[in-house]
Design a protein around this ligand. Structure first.
Ligand SMILES: *Cc1c(COP(=O)(O)O)cnc(C)c1O
Length: 295
């Protein structure tokens, strides 16, 4: 099947008294609406990876992730849509949860592996698929040059001017792609990365690895809420209010932390009056299902 992924991702404005008080406008690019399962940046990241697999006549996608990985689910759904077989190598002992249920629903085979072995992904790939000439290795989170290239295309779709763009960072591939897009279009937009990990400063190295030309951007490392997948009452309260006020669903692992950061920085007067701020809704709302008990 031709992997010409049609992308529809509108930008909409969101309103809040806080924004009026600080004379800023906030917009959100709805990458979560690109596809219900292959949502957001995962679709963009997979585009050129899948094209590569297809060009090399590999029809079996093999990738890696934790038990709640949005990337595993996106790969499972993309594989089903475009006629690939898929295997997910999952970190940790065998479990069942909503994300893995959805992976299996799309026909993905799952292999659970201990945390020690999980560290060496090429070795695992070799161990299980050495004799499978059609197997195609996709790194955890779709982290790759191709992934960054797909994400850079987000910038092609922008029709308005913004002073700031915000994006949540896991591997940093999406951030790097967007920064590359800004560089390519010579846009003077300040990029703001929100790492979702504790001590997220290391993400700079990960982002810089995928930059086509070195660039300056802002890293806000204080919005991790205790670390990856961690949350607290304040974040949950914020998310509930945001969803109820806007009708836009966000979740605590990525987009909730990014939106919280934007509101917090606005409240602290971080932005010049008159600024337009664009948040990237990178999708991943199925991740909510794994955190139901926090709400
Ligand atoms: C995976 C994911 C990210 C992180 O993307 P990276 O390219 O790994 O930095 C951000 N938001 C959501 C919703 C995700 O699922």
């Amino acid at each position: 099947m031709n992997i010409d992924l049609e992308i529809f991702s509108p930008v909409q404005q969101i309103n809040d008294r806080l924004f009026d008080e600080h004379e800023v406008k906030v917009f959100i690019k709805r990458d979560d609406q690109i596809h219900p399962m292959i949502s957001g940046n995962k679709w963009r990241k997979l585009k050129y990876i899948l094209k590569n697999a297809q060009n090399q006549h590999k029809n079996h996608l093999v990738t890696f992730g934790g038990a709640y990985s949005n990337h595993l689910l996106a790969t499972a759904a993309a594989a089903a849509k475009f006629g690939f077989k898929a295997t997910g190598i999952v970190r940790g002992e065998e479990v069942n949860n909503d994300t893995l249920f959805l992976c299996k629903l799309h026909g993905m085979q799952l292999i659970f592996t201990d945390r020690e072995s999980y560290r060496d992904k090429p070795a695992l790939f070799q161990q299980y698929f050495d004799s499978d000439a059609e197997a195609f290795f996709i790194d955890e989170g779709g982290s790759s040059t191709e992934g960054a290239l797909g994400c850079s295309e987000l910038v092609d779709e922008l029709t308005e001017h913004y002073e700031h763009i915000f994006c949540a960072c896991g591997t940093g591939t999406t951030a790097a792609g967007i920064i590359n897009g800004l560089t390519h279009h010579r846009l003077k937009i300040n990029f703001n990365a929100i790492p979702v990990f504790k001590n997220g400063g290391f993400i700079k190295e990960e982002i810089d690895k995928f930059l086509t030309i070195p660039a300056i951007y802002d890293l806000h490392t204080d919005y991790h809420f205790g670390g990856y997948g961690k949350t607290n009452d304040e974040l949950i309260k914020f998310i509930k209010q945001f969803v109820a006020n806007t009708g836009i669903v966000i979740e605590p692992v990525y987009t909730g932390k990014m939106m919280y950061a934007i509101y917090d920085l606005i409240g602290k007067g971080h932005f010049k009056p008159g600024s337009n701020i664009l948040a990237i809704h990178s999708g991943g709302i199925w991740g909510l299902l794994g955190l139901k008990d926090k709400f």
